[in-house]
Write a protein that binds this ligand. Sequence first.
Ligand SMILES: C[S@@+](CC[C@H](N)C(=O)[O-])C[C@H]1O[C@@H](n2cnc3c(N)ncnc32)[C@H](O)[C@@H]1O
Length: 233
Amino acid sequence: MSIRETLDHEPRPGVRTFTPRWRTSALTAERMATLFPAVEVPPGPLVAEELFGRVAPLVVEIGSGHGAAAVAYAATHPHVDLITAEVHVPGVARMLAAAEVAGVANLRVWRGDALELLRSGVAPMSLAAVHLFFPDPWPKKKHGKRRFIQQHTLTLLHSRLAPDGVVRIATDHEVYAAHVRDQVAAHGGFEVRVVARPSWRPTDGFEAKGLAAGRRVVDLELRPLASPLDHQM
Ligand SMILES: C[S@@+](CC[C@H](N)C(=O)[O-])C[C@H]1O[C@@H](n2cnc3c(N)ncnc32)[C@H](O)[C@@H]1O
């Protein structure tokens, strides 16, 4: 599939960036029942001040998996409020248990599709940062349209970021790093650069798997350029 074929300016009906399949153990069910209600982000427009009980810079992590990066970020950035978006319930439950042990108070959870949170929950120009760490690479060419970074998601991210906001992406798949660069170049709303790996992020989860498999990790930062896209969504 060429880059031209993946320049989707609108979401493709029925195409999702994740596979909603997992088994729910008794431990997961118990953690969700006891820990989730206190941190759940409800559907509808987000009122961050009510959710966190304070005014602070707001960050969203897309696809937090079992949450090692999220818990570490929340613990090392107590002045920031973090919302994680994840569909995979066992991962969310594991993160909630780790967050409880770490005693972080600045973490809330959207259990569902991050696109829905960004579209319907997050206000325009309200995010200090968006984190997308080790997104599903969908390495087969025919699955390119399932990668999270697309023209329409870049437009959505651009609209939700504050003017000095940043999208932080890490991947251990060269094909995904190239995909991001191609999509950003075609989009025109961001400048992209390779940055150092953030020292607060644990080498855990998919990063550890990629390194063990001998793959190189690339960290990218996308910063919005002022453009007519600013107030589109
Ligand atoms: C490869 S895993 C990486 C998990 C974690 N970031 C890490 O580094 O270990 C990608 C995760 O993104 C989640 N995901 C993919 N698309 C998503 C979406 N649109 N909304 C919420 N979660 C999504 C998947 O369920 C999966 O847990």
